[in-house]
Write a protein that binds this ligand. Structure first.
Ligand code: SF4
Length: 369
């Protein structure tokens, strides 16, 4: 149990989520642990192997489809509010993983949510979305085997939201999301439409569908599963499944990456900005080199270790070595920061080079002039 495990758990898709102890979520929210399924997953992703994907709802159904080579779908998306950062990179890698495992793939640009939650006008989110899709393609999504759309242009999603709006009362919405503007309740209904879109007849009808998300999105999953049950007779929906990944902290050690605190970097920041943010990152290191050599560091509370674990060290043996070398005092923070800066800058440079080639394709997909 972590030292701050007395903190209240908050899962708020429209605000700041706080999770001090992931184990507690199994009991408090009825999320199921992912670990017992891991050995049966044919080709587990890095996030699954490392316990970053720690929980799920109904993933057994997806696993069954994967093992029997039956059809299933994956849906994820992005709120077009800015450039790709490490959080959106994670969701992108998860959807690409499921696409590579044979899932029918859906990627949603949540521009209605960006409008309602972040007040981003549609003309602006359209430009951001082109950029985001170019990132997604550069990371490896195959556009020929994916349906990529904007909420504001997808009538079927909006129709589902209108139909779903008949069911929940204001009290239900308040119980799930707290007291919010009506626009946010509307965007929750739209998200439910996104999640169930792959099961419409236009896309081959009901099928197991997995939504890989950060655990802060859990309220949307619970809400949509309830709606899928309520409207089950009309549409024959299969309850959507989810996987939940842990949330990355900011580089300053705070629970969330935040623009205001400038405690993260995007894939489009200048090399000097990225290097500076990593150099200034909080670590689990000791006050002096001597102490660290003698007592070792604390990778379990270190955002720099987390950055490597989640993204930049793909080899499992290497990440175990970093952990052990930190614990034993063999690896020092200054040296580790330098290595990480080199690795991140190499990745970002290559990513930016690839991305340039996908801008036109992204415009074509989103039908933007
Ligand atoms: S050596 Fe690396 S992992 Fe260990 S505390 Fe320092 S920065 Fe973090």
């Amino acid at each position: 149990m972590s030292p701050d495990s007395n903190q209240k758990t908050v899962l708020d898709p429209f605000g700041t989520s706080m999770v001090a102890d992931y184990e507690r979520l199994y009991k408090e929210f009825g999320i199921e642990p992912f670990k017992p399924l891991l050995s049966r997953v044919p080709n587990p992703s890095m996030y699954m192997r490392r316990g970053i994907v720690f929980g799920h709802r109904g993933f057994d159904r997806i696993l069954g489809a994967m093992l029997k080579h039956e059809k299933f779908a994956v849906l994820s998306g992005i709120k077009p509010t800015g450039e790709f950062h490490l959080g959106t990179l994670m969701t992108a890698k998860e959807i690409i993983y499921f696409q590579q495992q044979g899932a029918q793939t859906f990627y949603c640009i949540a521009d209605i949510e960006a409008y309602e939650d972040n007040k981003i006008p549609f003309e602006k989110s359209e430009k951001i979305a082109v950029d985001n899709i170019a990132d997604l393609l550069a990371i490896g999504l195959d556009p020929k085997r994916a349906y990529i759309y904007r909420q504001s242009k997808e009538v079927r999603v909006k129709d589902l939201a209108i139909i779903f709006g008949r069911a929940p009362t204001l009290a239900t919405m308040k119980a799930i999301y707290g007291e919010r503007r009506i626009g946010l309740y509307l965007s929750a209904l739209i998200q439910a439409g996104d999640i169930l879109l792959p099961q419409l007849e236009d896309f081959g009808g009901p099928k197991p569908t997995v939504i890989p998300v950060g655990v802060d999105q859990e309220p949307h999953i619970r809400f949509t599963r309830d709606l899928a049950q309520i409207f089950g007779r009309k549409y024959n929906f299969i309850l959507p499944s989810s996987t939940y990944h842990k949330l990355m902290r900011g580089l300053d050690g705070s629970p969330k990456m935040s623009k205001r605190q400038m405690n993260y970097f995007t894939l489009h920041d200048k090399p000097e900005t990225i290097a500076k943010r990593i150099s200034n990152a909080f670590t689990g290191g000791r006050a002096t080199v001597k102490e660290q050599r003698e007592l070792g560091g604390a990778p379990e509370i270190c955002p720099l270790y987390e950055t490597c674990l989640f993204h930049f060290v793909e080899d499992d043996d290497k990440i175990i070595k970093i952990y052990n070398d930190c614990k034993s005092g063999k690896l020092l923070c200054g040296e580790h920061k330098k290595q990480t800066i080199d690795t991140v800058l190499r990745f970002v440079k290559e990513h930016q080079r690839k991305k340039k080639n996908f801008i036109d394709k992204a415009r074509e997909i989103l039908q933007v002039e």
